[in-house]
Design a protein around this ligand. Structure first.
Ligand code: ATP
Ligand code: MG
Ligand code: MG
Ligand code: MG
Length: 566
């Protein structure tokens, strides 16, 4: 590719409103552009990477025996009513009517459509097992789209579904898919971890998430220091019984009503020092002396806004609250005044941190609840629901102790059992001619999220350092003063055609730019190999080669460049 024919669209300045490094770099390196909240266009550099991710996913799906299909993004509401998810799914499901006033949704996932398809296509056990997949646009009306394509509203997912006569057969395919996922992330050169996961709203028995490890990850993984045991924090099991919380009546003693209090009042009352923003904390050991209290902030919040007390704030007692209870406690819930967000000032080593970032799921899933330990001299308060384990505690398999890592969920596999086939009547005839509900599995991969996750894991202060298999181009040609030196131009053109012929994906910077500008661009988009050509090199008969990852420079004789790069 010649840069003069291309849309490179790099920018030097770090964009405002991009919190995580992958989002910043994807904007700077001309990967994506925002069209509206959670909606992005992919520019050529980004699309090249996206397609590489897709290609690896496809190859491994095909290898695992899955067959590609393509289902519609727009789905009829009838199917969702049939499965029961029309009522259950909540506001992430974007619903609309067509001109005939029929209800439709933009598919956030495709269990309903595939089950409908298969109940019509498959009638005999002889047609099973069957695994089908697609790579397709999904839409989820995320309450807080953020971090660019990491959590967007429209995104690309690979979703696969498998159909079986028996649980044993389901288990076999599940294991096969687990391997396929490990192959996918290994081939991409990413550091990842499969973890035991909750089956969540889709329902089912077994489930694993695949996380790309990165400090910016939204998820917390608890793993054993001495075995393969790893689980997401919601699912991690503590071998010790959890402490029981004080009854709500006693918790009320400090903040005795769910009446609104301002942050300023609370800060004053409890002498709080709101200095830090953290993403996840483990809360332990709530006692009668140290009741748990949630601070609930309505609307979007930022630390400085909290300080400035711009939000209506409610302090409410918190015990094993469900979303209903918490809604009651704060007098609002989803649908009434919009998203209710939770924030938690919590004392860690005499510091106070503001809990944030869990807002979205909090009310809708009723899982993410946070507490505060008011007494500075007591240990951390006990988590009541999802935060079951603490660092250093023994793991359930008796090997090693719990350690924590942050992860980005890039894949998720589930055994659905007969949940969907039962309610939607997806049966086949078995050997005895008896109708049997099919066992199902489903297997998702966040194709577009992987691009961001790979960058989170592979960058330095000069830009991206994507693994060779994912980089937009593998070799950059950087001619110095090509527009003045005929020799350089000739050499660069020759090298370009040699490398293209040898099968390399080459970005040839034929712009009239200063060498520094061209070099910065190649480093920013993270081309693994850069070959520099100047008059000096021609005199010496060597190319100047630079490796993006190691930073090493080397002189390579003209005749050896192709074999050197291979
Ligand atoms: P998350 O917990 O991050 O919201 P999820 O558990 O809701 O993800 P799944 O239903 O398991 O997502 O979907 C399969 C995969 O799709 C996820 O593992 C993730 O990689 C990807 N994905 C889900 N939501 C988004 C999103 N909003 N933007 C980009 N990718 C997403
Ligand atoms: Mg989600
Ligand atoms: Mg998840
Ligand atoms: Mg998931």
């Amino acid at each position: 590719m010649r840069v003069s024919n291309y849309l490179l669209s790099t920018q030097k300045e770090t964009p405002a409103n991009a919190e995580v490094v992958s989002h910043q770099l994807m904007l700077r390196a001309g990967f994506i552009r925002r069209n509206a909240s959670g909606l992005y266009s992919w520019l050529p550099n980004g699309l090249r990477v996206l397609r590489k991710v897709e290609a690896i996913v496809r190859e491994e799906m095909n290898k695992a025996g899955a067959i590609e299909i393509l289902m519609p993004l727009v789905q009829p509401a009838d199917l969702w009513t049939e499965s029961g998810r029309w009522d259950k799914f909540g506001p992430e499901l974007l619903r609309f009517e067509d001109r005939h006033n029929r209800d439709f949704v933009l598919g956030p996932t495709h269990e309903e459509v595939i089950t409908d398809l298969m109940r019509k296509e498959i009638s005999s056990y002889k047609q099973l097992p069957l695994s089908l997949y697609q790579v397709q646009t999904k839409f989820r009306d995320e309450v807080r789209p953020r971090f660019g394509v990491m959590r967007s509203r429209e995104f690309l997912m690979k979703d696969a579904y498998s159909f079986h006569l028996s649980q044993e057969c389901m288990d076999e395919t599940y294991t096969k898919m687990h391997h396929a996922y490990s192959n996918i992330f290994s081939r991409m050169g990413l550091a990842f971890r499969p973890v035991i996961a909750d089956t969540g709203s889709i329902g089912g028995s077994a489930s694993h998430e695949f996380h790309v490890l990165a400090n910016s990850g939204e998820d917390l993984i608890a793993y054993s220091t001495a075995s393969d045991y790893a689980a997401n924090i919601e699912k991690a099991q503590s071998p010790q019984p959890t402490t029981t919380l004080a009854p709500a009546s006693q918790q009320m003693s400090l903040v005795d009503t769910p009446n609104a209090k301002t942050i300023a009042e609370l800060v004053e009352q409890f002498d709080l020092d709101i200095t830090k923003t953290v993403k996840t904390l483990i809360v332990r050991g709530a006692t009668e002396k140290a009741p748990l209290v949630a601070l609930v902030v309505r609307g979007d919040h930022e630390l400085n806004e909290l300080k400035a007390d711009k939000h209506e704030l409610v302090a409410a007692p918190l015990e094993f609250a469900t979303d209903g209870e918490i809604s009651d406690a704060v007098g609002a819930g989803p649908g009434s005044i919009g998203p209710v967000e939770l924030a938690m000032p919590i004392i860690i080593d005499n510091d106070v941190a503001v809990m944030s970032d869990f807002a979205a799921g909090a009310n809708q899933e009723g899982k993410h609840l946070f507490g505060i330990n008011w007494e500075r001299d007591l240990p951390m308060a006990q988590s009541m629901d999802l935060r079951n384990v603490i660092e250093g505690e023994a793991t359930p398999d008796g090997k090693g102790t719990y350690a924590f890592a942050r992860g980005i969920e890039v894949g998720h596999i589930f055994q659905l059992g007969t949940n969907y086939s039962k309610v939607m009547g997806a049966t086949v005839l078995d050997e005895n001619g008896k109708a049997k509900e099919m066992h199902m599995g489903c297997y998702g991969i966040g194709v577009s999220r992987i691009v961001a996750a790979a960058i989170e894991q592979n960058h330095d202060d000069r830009g991206m350092m994507l693994p060779e298999k994912l980089a937009p181009f593998t070799v950059g040609i950087l001619p110095m003063n090509m527009h003045k030196s005929h020799r350089v131009k000739e050499m660069a053109e020759q090298l370009y055609s040699d490398l293209v012929e040898a099968g390399f994906e080459v970005l040839f910077d034929d712009r009239k730019e200063r060498a520094g500008v061209m070099f910065n661009d190649m480093e920013l988009i993270g081309l693994p190999h850069v070959v520099v050509i100047g008059d000096r090199n021609i005199d010496a008969g060597v190319f100047e080669y630079k490796n993006r990852r190691s930073g090493e420079k080397q002189e390579v004789p003209f005749a050896e460049i192709v074999s050197f790069l291979k």
